[in-house]
Write a protein that binds this ligand. Structure first.
Ligand SMILES: Cc1nc2c(=O)[nH]c(=O)nc-2n(C[C@H](O)[C@H](O)[C@H](O)CO)c1C
Length: 158
């Protein structure tokens, strides 16, 4: 589980294509506990598993289904990604509980600066789950750091 509060920005160093998945090497010094093999990390809001790590970078793999419903397939060497290690028992929640399981894509229709906040209007696809589908237009606001929290992380223009 995650809070949705971004803890850092990593840079994609390498993208390795595969038949059923894509591998990303991300430059970012996760703490030792957060980069152990099998640890979950939210990469721009998408929960992935660490499959290799060093003191300066770590590696994750996105399966074809993950690539189909997120923006991860757009990542190239040099792309920047939002990072959040998984919550541990006892951590302060801070934000809210987020699973990191992305449902689908939305198209951002508008971006309006409102003081410190950025209001984004987006259109959800009909294929979204019923709970989301009932809201044909979603509007989200973020009161801090508009550039990192303005749109649903991991979503791509539909
Ligand atoms: C823990 C985890 N690890 C991976 C992974 O290593 N690679 C992958 O492709 N998908 C993983 N997932 C599921 C994704 O979070 C999920 O497929 C996306 O959020 C899209 O729903 C999860 C939940």
């Amino acid at each position: 589980m995650f809070t949705g509060l971004v803890r850092g920005v990593g840079t994609v160093e390498r993208v390795i294509p595969g038949a059923q998945r894509r591998t990303f090497v991300i430059a970012y010094a996760l703490s030792e506990g957060d980069r152990s093999l099998g640890a979950s990390v939210a990469i721009s809001g998408v929960c992935l598993t660490v499959v290799a790590s060093t003191a300066r970078d770590f590696t994750v793999e996105a399966a074809f289904e993950t690539l189909a419903v997120t923006t991860l397939g757009d990542l190239r060497p040099g792309s920047r990604v939002h990072l959040e290690p998984a919550l541990r028992l006892g951590d302060a929640l801070g934000g809210h509980l987020v699973a990191g399981h992305v449902d689908g894509l939305a198209r951002v229709r508008s971006r309006v600066a409102r003081g410190d906040a950025l209001e984004c209007g987006s259109t959800c696809r009909a294929s979204w789950p019923a709970t989301s589908r009932s809201r044909a237009a979603c509007v989200s606001t973020a009161s801090a750091s508009p550039s990192t929290r303005s749109t649903p992380a991991g979503s791509r223009s539909a």
